[in-house]
Design a protein around this ligand. Sequence first.
Ligand code: C2E
Ligand code: MG
Ligand code: MG
Length: 745
Amino acid sequence: MDCKQSDLIIAQLQDEVSTLQAQVTELQDTLRAISAGEIDAVLLPGADGTEIFTRQGTEQAYRAMVEAMNEGAAILIDGEIVYCNSYLAQMLDTPLEQVIGQSLFRFVPPEKRTSIAAMLADGLKGSSRNEVIFCDAHGTPLPLQMSLNMLDSQDQQGLCMVVTDLSERVLKQLQLAASVYQSSSEAMVVTDESNTILSVNPAFTTITGYSAEEAIGQTPNMLSSGRHDKSFFLAMWQAIEATGHWAGEIWNRKKNGDIFAEWLNINVIQDKASSSHRHVALFSEITDKKKSEEVIWKHANFDTLTQLPNRRLFSDRLEQGIKRASRAKDSMALLLIDLDGFKEVNDTYGHLVGDELLIEAAKRIKSCVRETDTVARLGGDEFTVILTEITDASHIERVARVLVEVLSRPYQLSKERANVSASIGISVCPGDAIDSVTLFKNADQAMYKSKDDGKNCFSHFSKSLEEKSIKRTHLIRDLHDAVARQEFELYFQPIIDLKTGHLFKAEALLRWHHPERGMVSPMEFIPVAEETGLIIEIGDWVFREALDFSRRWRERAGYPVKISVNVSPVQLMLKERSGLWAEHLQQAGITGDGVIVEITEGVLLKDRPTVSKALLDFRDAGIEVAIDDFGTGYSSLAYLSRFDIDYLKIDQSFTSKLAPASTDLVMSNAIIVMAHALGMKVIAEGIETEEQRDLLIAAGCDYGQGYLFSRPLPAEQFEALMAEALGAIPVGTHLMDDELVSVLS
Ligand code: C2E
Ligand code: MG
Ligand code: MG
């Protein structure tokens, strides 16, 4: 039975009591009215039907009426019972004639006599109603409701007393309470002042497994789970003593050893009779609720893959760490760890292998720090470590060094062996920042510094890093408006046929005329444009602009001047952009043979359906594809042969080191031979010297590009160069691709 049910029953009982009291009052009023002559007759229910008593028969009528009452009634004069009805005599278990003439106090327990005398005195002032205790002839206590009304006859002052027996109702209530106790699904335990168990209900046995016999005489300690310390119970007992109540969650142990959670309510009940007190404890099991709460909490705060705290819990811990450091006046450090080369592992071997590596990396990071430090995974390949209670700054560096070393060890996974390294950024509180947002931003900047420094290392935050970051923010802001403000321009760098010295085509290279900074290098703003997604808009502009020049020059020269356009990986990854290239060609009114697209090998390593689709789109539109900066990535030529590639551009880092008998020359030779075998042409970038050119010609390289021939030029200068090269050739003369003009030889 729950609280609601018992409340309902108590309310019903109170209703019944009120109805009875109302009846008693009505009878008393009637009696008074008859004696005062206010009414002549009264209608009373007799055993054999309704009888009417008239004023003439008043005396008998009074008696009959009073005898008919289901309450005890008496007339008291100076505390003496001068009249009483048989019902009262029955209640007192004393013959009627022995009651009459007795002092009322004969039926009152000695300790209650004073209070009842006061009530009688009160009654003489008018009327009163109280709950009292009388006792019968054998001394058995009688709980009663006593109503007193003053009777004012000519010579004497008396009291009309009507008493209602409460013991039956009390009994009823007790029976009710007992049934609540027995049938409740909530466990109930009653203990005495020394906390010894006096009784338990069946629900207690159901929940804990202990029978009443096993529990009675013990203390509730028998259920102790050991999960709460002394201070928990101390606080509980302090609350009970101070307020008479305690409620809360507590972990206990069942007879079978299972730990369970319960919602416990303890109340102190005063026992009036013995003036001692009892503790009544009610509890219900909430283990399932707790478990599901725990699951929800774990989901919200932990990373399901590595079981490390997630970004949310990390933020909490970071805040706590900062507060703790400020209180303890020591330091804490935030280390941001980004795995270098993780994306390649993921893209090459798939997500399952990637996940396995992340789990192993998480273990390695944890092994490098103390239990009190926090290791969290923020997402992807980004981890973080919060080092607290730092008194010696060299500790941070030691941990960072070990982390770099440990994370760069080979990863032997179930099916593959993989290699990654870690770039770490460090920011210290309070030295570098005293709030979590700045601390994180600083660690992030330091992490990017590690990436810039060649990865596989750690860096501390510094003011200059901050300045760099501010510069970057400004760059992003300015890049947003650069297209609209027409601050971009295409430069063109000729690409030469090394066998004939003819100008074969040109690479379009983007230039940004910044209103304040002047010319900004694409090396600086292209990566930022890629990270922010601005490259989409910028790249579209470059492509359309390049097509426009290609069309114009074709009209002027009478032959297709191929323009190589650099396309960023970001532009190829978006699914919804497929088909856009053909659309651009259509709008520009030219065919795909006027343009070559330069992509980096990293794009192909992603091996995504969108990339393959883009490559097919290029082929369908007649656009050729070149692999830019070949040799700086990880792809093998055999891998590239899976794709429809027309040109390989050997990166300038190879070209610049070319010397007779150098390894770079051997490498370049090998690349050229293999590329040819796979049906690709080779373009060497960054040719600056005649020696480099000659070595490349000797190696069989097809085309060359570099300062030796020309720097990238603005369109008009490039056009002039073309015109000069066209020289005597009359406009409109049709030339084949390979017969392009020898401009620079
Ligand atoms: P890239 O595509 O490899 O372009 C060749 C870079 O080498 C150009 O740098 C060019 O000026 C430079 N270069 C050419 N010959 C020589 C030489 O003999 N010696 C040396 N030291 N350098 C030479 P630039 O113009 O600064 O462009 C840098 C990179 O920016 C490009 O490398 C390309 O990856 C990117 N980029 C340029 N324009 C665009 C564009 O429109 N879109 C995209 N996505 N990237 C672009
Ligand atoms: Mg390029
Ligand atoms: Mg290049």
